[in-house]
Design a protein around this ligand. Sequence first.
Ligand code: COI
Length: 355
Amino acid sequence: MATLPRNRMGSQQYDENKLGFGDIFTDNMLTIEYSSTDGGWQSPKIVKVQNLSLHPAGMILHYGQQVFEGLKAFSGAKESDILLFRPDMNIARFNRSCQRLCIPSLDPKIFMDQMSELLRKDRDWIPRTPGTSLYIRPTVIATDAHLGVRPSRTYLFFIILSPVGAYYPEGFEPVRIMVTEKYARAAAGGVGEAKTGANYAASLLAAEEAHAEGFTQVLWLNAVNRLSIEEVGTMNIFFRIDDEIITPKLGGTILPGVTRDSVIQLCKAKNMRVSERVISIDELVSSAKSGKLQEVFGSGTAAVISPVSHFRYLGHDYMVGDGKTGPIAKELFDEITGIQLATRPDPFGWVVNVG
Ligand code: COI
């Protein structure tokens, strides 16, 4: 397998085997401006990656009117392949998030066509080392220079690309998560199911406190009474208890993850017992105590499948199964990454080749 640095003129050099997450960017970016008084979305442009010029009163800087997405491009067997995993899901979620944040939606075909154009332009940046990919970050921000609280009338949509390795320093090794009682991520009627920066800003303090105690991520409980489980910092969460695969049901406060949906469909296709339902923290704790908790794993675009070895709740540490990566997490990781790289059959037709 080719190791780098590859010689990309004018670009940062890096070793594909040592890629982390989100520090390296490709040469080009896509931009589309929007003006409500000038015909809506303007012509797309592909330009060199550059700093944005924003008035200090730019509304994104004050009121956080913003939406983003995260998806990945993979190299395939042919040099020309550029493989995307369920991009239609990300584009649809982007527009749902925009609706919640009062941001004009973008024509899904323009989104897809322009994203593909950018990927073809920066195709040499798609890494080939196992466990790596080209992370795609579409984002839209409010750009009016205005200090009153209202939706902006101008926006900037852009897509940047970043060659990445594993999201967590642990890679596919199990992570430890801490249940927070003190903070909540999202309440019903809020923006919890939208992919907007505010949700991540709200998570930082809890995550920092968890890191200080040696945990990788926070497991969030519901905002009202902290009884039921919602999601992990940057992932949806799954439990295997007594051979039932359980994930909290969507209800407005949880991000509807593309990988979450893929896990559910794959488990159903394998005739596993899968439930999207309320799962309380008490049920999780008692399953750990009784030995019925077999596996816990997170799912997300960045993290793919991330096994969990331990969780802490109210000062007590609980081990999941034998503390090692469980067989279902391993199987799902292999299956999803195999489909993404086209090394395994794609029975659901999830992969789109835009090369
Ligand atoms: C993703 O999984 O793509 C995410 O958006 C999580 C994160 C890096 C914010």
